[in-house]
Write a protein that binds this ligand. Structure first.
Ligand SMILES: CC(C)(COP(=O)(O)OP(=O)(O)OC[C@H]1O[C@@H](n2cnc3c(N)ncnc32)[C@H](O)[C@@H]1OP(=O)(O)O)[C@@H](O)C(=O)NCCC(=O)NCCS
Length: 129
């Protein structure tokens, strides 16, 4: 498992808090996935210049646990752009509060769809009028 450098642009940085734990005391995977969805959604909205929605998540992998107090950084990068959809790869990295060492903790590829005002799929890049 490579821990060299994050792929993508820094999109969100936050601190894992006690309220985000599972019963075992580690950070809840659903919290991490929501942070990843937020990061991908931010990049999707910027790319499509408007409203978007998650339609699929692929390859979700949890490499390591996240502990309370860790600084969690989300990196996101746009991959393939289709007619109405965008594939966005997201990685989460942790850094213990007292350390400079960073480790990749999760990664996944999110597909977002650009939406019109009625919530229907629309082209990511609308034709010029
Ligand atoms: C997003 C939504 C409007 C799209 O509806 P739709 O018009 O029937 O979607 P389509 O089948 O035409 O697919 C739209 C795009 O998504 C892609 N897509 C569809 N299903 C996919 C899947 N399982 N994985 C990856 N891409 C997928 C299609 O290939 C298409 O991309 P393209 O235009 O770039 O070729 C609808 O699915 C929806 O509202 N979903 C709920 C979204 C939501 O609430 N998300 C938050 C969940 S917490």
């Amino acid at each position: 498992m490579p821990d060299s450098q994050p792929n993508g642009l820094p999109t969100i940085r936050t601190i894992a808090m006690p309220a985000d734990t599972n019963p075992a005391g580690d950070i809840f995977g659903g919290w991490l996935m929501s942070q990843m969805d937020l990061a991908a959604g931010s990049v999707a909205a910027l790319t499509a210049r408007g409203r978007t929605a998650t339609i699929a998540v692929e390859g979700m992998k949890f490499h390591r646990p996240v502990k309370v107090g860790d600084e969690v950084s989300l990196y996101a990068e746009v991959g393939h752009i289709g007619r109405t959809s965008m594939r966005i790869h997201v990685e989460a990295w942790r850094r213990q509060r007292e350390s400079e060492i960073t480790q990749k903790v999760t990664e996944a590829t999110f597909t977002f769809v650009a939406l019109d005002e009625k919530g229907a799929a629309r082209p990511v890049f609308p034709p010029e009028v």
